[in-house]
Design a protein around this ligand. Structure first.
Ligand code: PEP
Ligand code: MG
Length: 621
């Protein structure tokens, strides 16, 4: 896991960023010879992709290039006129807010207001619109690019010309923003397979990409446990996250190689790099296919101890994928995704239908439905969440559910009704106190009573379990074992809360290691407490999908792991390669280590040689 979780963030640039990298139309690769730039990030999701970039947030790539009919031309002219006024008004407002000491900057804004009416620019825009019949955004974008291109060459040598080129870019950017509207949604529609580059991708952004031909994701922020990575792995799309300057260095249309195995992104790759990437991609796919073909082998250690592997899902469609990859049920369904990217909350019937579909797809295997985990980095606009300094420490998950019991009851009733169709378990996220578990149990009783009163079908006993992802709950596991019918260790959050490192923190990503002995000891403590008190323990954090970590977890006493479906064949293969005794011996030594690095060195020494192909994600590594 070492090199997959610990991403260096420095950028090894062979060439400074060039202002000449203006947006190219997305339909072509930029194959003109240039030196490659290598950006280093964190491997968020395995696989290797080659293709053109689409930079979100880059206004030049955020509109559809469409031709207009002659009858539409006057309306497009009107839009441009309005956009000029809007952009001028915005600049005036910015200027008016500037302190008098910044008079010089204010004068520049005045100049920009005049430039928005520049006759050369408008002549070109008019030509594009009237003769070439290009829509307003397209006309502005191309007119700007053509004028900027006139400065090419000279701008590299002359600071004055370089600044004038900046001015044109700035003015066109303001015009385009006025045309597309700054607050437009990020729903992306791809006309061809592209690599999505963004500062960040929210769960809603990523989910909206399901039906789009996205080749890979590159984000400036994020870690292996951030939601971009989790979703990308679920969708089996390669991703490199935490590439600090991706947005500054990459332009829409640039050809990229995204290596989700090493965490590298190549801009303007040479032909040799592209060939190599394609070969690695083939090798990775062949390797994944081979593992997948062995998915029905039992998941047992080399000495025959069974380990249950279940799937984490975010989207209902993934349930089929889970069965396909040999999952023995769904260990975590993140229901909050039902609440994201919409203006109204999902009703009881709608939720019931979704849960029922998942339960039926997986039956007779069990499905663990986690009640909504909203708040923190999983923001849903349908909830009126207060602005908090530290949302991860605020009104999130079960805390929010208990604050809004009516909303929570809608979800509980839908889950209770779904229990009529298979083996349903309900799990509560972010529990910190026994009071919360008791309140949830009381509300679940109420939901069951309401469903019964309507004469609807349900299962008499629905196991109620909890996530152990807050250190307080881990330390009190023996007490919680009396309140919960099962535990699931959420190490993504346990690492965040125990090590006091925001799970989305890019600068601290390397320190947020699940191999930290503090985390391993908490896992061991919870597993022991669960075993002693007859409360089954599983683990559904992202570490379960790492071959080295999975072997360590088996050694720490876990007999059930839940992970993204795509990782199941690989983890099964890892488990089958070592005996329980070996795993326990390594775990004992890991618990005695004094740092995450020491644990990783131990694992690399003891296990990596045997798992090298699984760690590299390539057959002949
Ligand atoms: C976790 O915290 O480990 C977990 C599985 O939950 P989530 O990633 O959805 O917060
Ligand atoms: Mg969590």
């Amino acid at each position: 896991m070492a090199d997959r979780t610990k991403g260096a963030t420095s950028q090894v640039g062979a060439r400074p960023p060039s202002l000449g990298d203006v947006s190219a139309p997305p339909s072509s690769f930029d194959l003109e010879p240039r030196e490659a730039i290598i950006l280093k990030g964190i491997a968020g999701s395995p696989g290797v992709a080659v293709g053109p970039a689409l930079v979100l947030g880059d206004v030049r790539s955020s509109f559809i290039r469409r031709h207009v009919r002659s009858s539409q031309i006057p309306a497009e002219f009107e839009r441009i006129k309005n956009a000029v006024s809007t952009a001028q008004r915005t600049l005036r407002e910015v200027g008016a807010r500037m302190p008098s000491a910044m008079r010089e900057a204010s004068a520049i804004l005045d100049a920009y207001q005049l430039m928005l009416e520049d006759p050369t620019l408008h002549e070109r825009i008019h030509y594009k619109l009237k003769i070439e019949r290009k829509c307003a955004e397209w006309a502005v974008s191309e007119a700007g690019e053509e004028i900027v291109a006139l400065f090419d060459g000279a701008a590299e040598r002359d600071v004055y010309i370089l600044e004038r080129r900046h001015d044109i870019e700035f003015v066109c950017d303001r015009l385009l923003r006025a045309l597309v509207g700054e607050d437009r949604s990020r729903a992306v529609r791809l006309e061809e397979p592209m690599i999505i580059v963004a500062r960040d991708l929210s769960p809603a952004d990523t989910a909206s990409m399901v039906r789009e031909p996205a080749l890979a994701f590159v984000t400036c922020v994020g870690t292996r446990t951030s939601h971009t990575s989790i979703m990308a792995r679920a969708l089996e799309i390669p991703a490199v996250v935490g590439v600090a300057d991706a947005i500054d260095q990459i332009r829409t249309g640039n050809t990229l190689v995204v290596d989700g195995l090493t965490g590298e992104v190549f801009i303007h790759p040479s032909e040799e790099m592209i060939r190599d990437a394609r070969q690695r991609s083939e090798q990775h796919l062949a390797f994944a296919r081979r593992l997948l073909s062995a998915r029905h082998k039992p998941c047992i250690t080399a000495d025959g101890v069974p380990i249950e592997l279940k799937a984490n899902v975010e989207l209902p469609a993934e349930a089929i994928l889970a069965v396909d990859h040999g999952a023995q049920g769904i260990g975590l369904y993140r229901t909050e995704f039902l609440y994201i990217d919409r203006t109204t909350q999902p009703g009881e019937d709608e939720q019931y239908e979704v849960y029922r579909a998942i339960v039926e797809a997986v039956s007779p295997q069990p499905v663990t439905l986690r009640t909504f985990d909203i708040g923190g980095d999983k923001f849903a606009s349908t909830f009126q969440l207060p602005a908090e300094m530290n949302p991860a420490l605020g009104l999130r998950a079960v805390r929010l559910a208990l604050k809004q019991p009516e909303v929570f009851l809608v979800q509980l009733r839908a889950m209770v009704r779904a229990s009529a169709h298979g083996d349903v378990r309900i799990m509560v996220p972010m529990v910190t106190s026994v009071h919360e578990m008791r309140e949830v149990r009381r509300l679940l009783g109420q939901a069951i009573e309401q469903v019964r009163a309507r004469g609807q079908a349900y299962e008499e006993h629905i196991p109620l379990g909890m996530m152990i992802e807050v250190p307080a709950a881990a330390i009190m596991a023996d007490v919680f074992a009396r309140e919960a019918e099962f535990f699931s260790l959420g190490t993504n959050d346990l690492v965040q809360y125990a090590l006091a490192i925001d799970r989305a923190s890019q600068p601290l990503a390397a320190q947020a290691s699940p191999f930290d002995p503090a985390i391993l000891r908490l896992i061991k403590f919870v597993t022991n407490a669960g075993n002693e008190h007859g409360c089954p323990v599983s683990l559904c954090g992202a570490m379960a999908s790492d071959p080295l970590a999975a072997c360590l977890l088996v050694g720490l006493g876990l007999r059930e792991l839940s992970m993204e479906a795509a990782a199941i064949p690989e983890i099964k293969e890892a488990v089958r390669r070592l005996t329980l005794q070996e795993a326990e011996s390594i775990a004992q030594r890991a618990l005695a280590c004094d740092s995450a690095d020491a644990v990783e060195e131990l694992l690399a020494r003891e296990l990596a040689p045997r798992l090298i192909d699984l760690l590299a994600g390539l057959a002949d590594a």
